[in-house]
Design a protein around this ligand. Structure first.
Ligand SMILES: CC(C)(COP(=O)(O)OP(=O)(O)OC[C@H]1O[C@@H](n2cnc3c(N)ncnc32)[C@H](O)[C@@H]1OP(=O)(O)O)[C@@H](O)C(=O)NCCC(=O)NCCS
Length: 171
């Protein structure tokens, strides 16, 4: 568990289902995710089950808790890959940045990786801005990488190297 000024970052629990379903069923939060907003609670339940069962050798992923509720998640969900999502009620307050500033050092301490990678839709301005402020740099682009519903989406690939994270992250 990691405590920051406004957040608690901790492992997922099945009791997060109701709170996290609010996030993963939200169309704005899911606009650039790799799937459509979850309609069924069972979809969030499957995601939670995979988070709870995730191997500590390959992932370091956190539920973001704020004022007693799970409001999103952030961390390394698969070896070397960063992911994050917050309910829109909590956007624009620096909370995602606060979560990642705590999660990223933890990821580099716990996992034997040389770099963290992100795969972001080029229209996802908020995520690109956040990653850029955290020191991630663009390393490539590709078109039509994922089909979400009936819409093909593109990818911007970004990386943060182990060597540069310390100087990139704020104190
Ligand atoms: C990506 C996402 C987490 C970013 O959330 P966010 O709240 O914009 O990100 P930050 O925590 O960095 O907050 C930055 C904003 O808070 C403002 N802010 C307010 N108080 C602040 C503080 N104390 N510290 C820092 N920023 C603060 C900043 O000015 C900035 O606002 P701006 O974008 O209007 O300039 C959010 O948009 C999201 O959940 N998106 C959907 C999921 C998604 O697409 N994930 C990525 C898939 S690859």
């Amino acid at each position: 568990m990691i405590t920051t000024e406004r957040l608690v970052l901790r492992r997922a629990r099945m009791s997060d289902l109701e709170d996290l379903h609010r996030v993963f069923s939200n169309p704005a939060a899911m606009r650039y995710w790799d799937s459509l907003p979850y309609k069924e609670t069972e979809q969030t339940q499957r995601l939670l089950e995979s988070m709870v069962a995730a191997s500590p050798e390959e992932s370091d992923d956190f539920v973001i808790e704020h004022e007693g509720h799970a409001i999103g998640k952030a961390g390394c969900w698969r070896l070397g890959e960063i992911g994050f999502i917050l309910h829109p009620d909590h956007w624009g307050k620096g909370l995602a940045r606060e979560a990642l500033c705590a999660a990223i050092p933890h990821v580099f301490e716990c996992l034997p990786i040389d770099r963290l990678e992100a795969d972001v839709d080029p229209r996802n301005d908020a995520s690109l801005k956040l990653l850029s402020r955290l020191g991630f740099r663009e390393v490539g682009r590709a078109a039509r990488t994922i089909l979400v519903g009936d819409e093909w989406c593109d990818s911007v690939y970004l990386e943060l190297s182990r060597a540069s994270w310390k100087e990139a992250l704020p104190d």
